[in-house]
Write a protein that binds this ligand. Structure first.
Ligand SMILES: NC(=O)c1ccc[n+]([C@@H]2O[C@H](COP(=O)([O-])OP(=O)(O)OC[C@H]3O[C@@H](n4cnc5c(N)ncnc54)[C@H](OP(=O)(O)O)[C@@H]3O)[C@@H](O)[C@H]2O)c1
Length: 171
């Protein structure tokens, strides 16, 4: 039997998390952070992205361009244009295979299941707490090495101050 919990270095989590670990409400994001969206696009373009069905449905224009889109659902026969469908976490990991880097882009249910497997964490921390219905799991930072960090102040098209970080899981 396959071991879903084994760490996979090519699996990366990409997420923006509030001070209270909130990530979404009513199947939408909680903020508008243009620089974070730009960073997301820059990092994920040309790669594979994996998401749950709810996150897919929250996208304004469906499948993300210039990326291989994998959507996880329990509904047999469901098919979204421009996406490969996976009917379990294991199937999503199989589809991701040995790709150089595969980005897990949410939402809460999918992060919960794939955070334990990921080797890298592209984390945006937003300096504000929000009323929310979806949260990221608690992060034990003792298990991660901080590789880079960049603070971005609020202003312009960024609603809140936030920090871009990259962590790699300790061996
Ligand atoms: N802040 C951020 O960086 C960020 C990023 C992404 C999303 N979000 C937010 O997160 C929220 C959505 O998260 P969510 O937890 O509601 O949903 P989600 O994780 O996007 O999708 C959940 C759905 O995925 C499918 N699924 C999950 N695990 C599965 C498994 N093991 N086997 C088969 N299917 C599985 C199920 O689809 P079926 O119901 O079809 O079976 C499930 O209902 C939204 O508010 C969104 O804006 C935030």
């Amino acid at each position: 039997m396959k071991n879903t919990t084994a760490i996979r270095k090519n699996i990366s989590i990409i997420v923006a998390v509030a001070a209270n670990n909130a990530i979404g409400k009513d199947n939408q994001l909680l903020w508008h952070l243009t620089d974070d969206l730009k960073r997301f696009r820059r990092l994920t373009s040309g790669h594979t992205v994996v998401m749950g069905r709810n996150t897919y449905l929250s996208l304004p224009k469906g499948a993300l361009p210039n990326r291989r889109n994998i959507v996880i659902t329990d509904r047999p026969g469901e098919q979204f244009e421009g996406c490969e469908m996976a009917y379990s976490i294991d199937q999503a990991l199989d589809l991701a295979g040995n790709e150089e880097e595969c980005f897990i882009m949410g939402g809460g249910m999918v992060y919960q299941q794939l955070f334990p497997v990921a080797g890298k964490l592209y984390l945006t921390t937003v300096d504000h707490s929000f009323d929310a219905d979806t949260f990221f799991p608690e992060i034990d930072f003792a298990g991660w090495n901080l590789v880079e960090s960049e603070f971005v102040n609020s202003g312009g098209k960024n609603d809140y101050p936030h920090t871009f970080t990259l962590y790699e899981r300790k061996a």
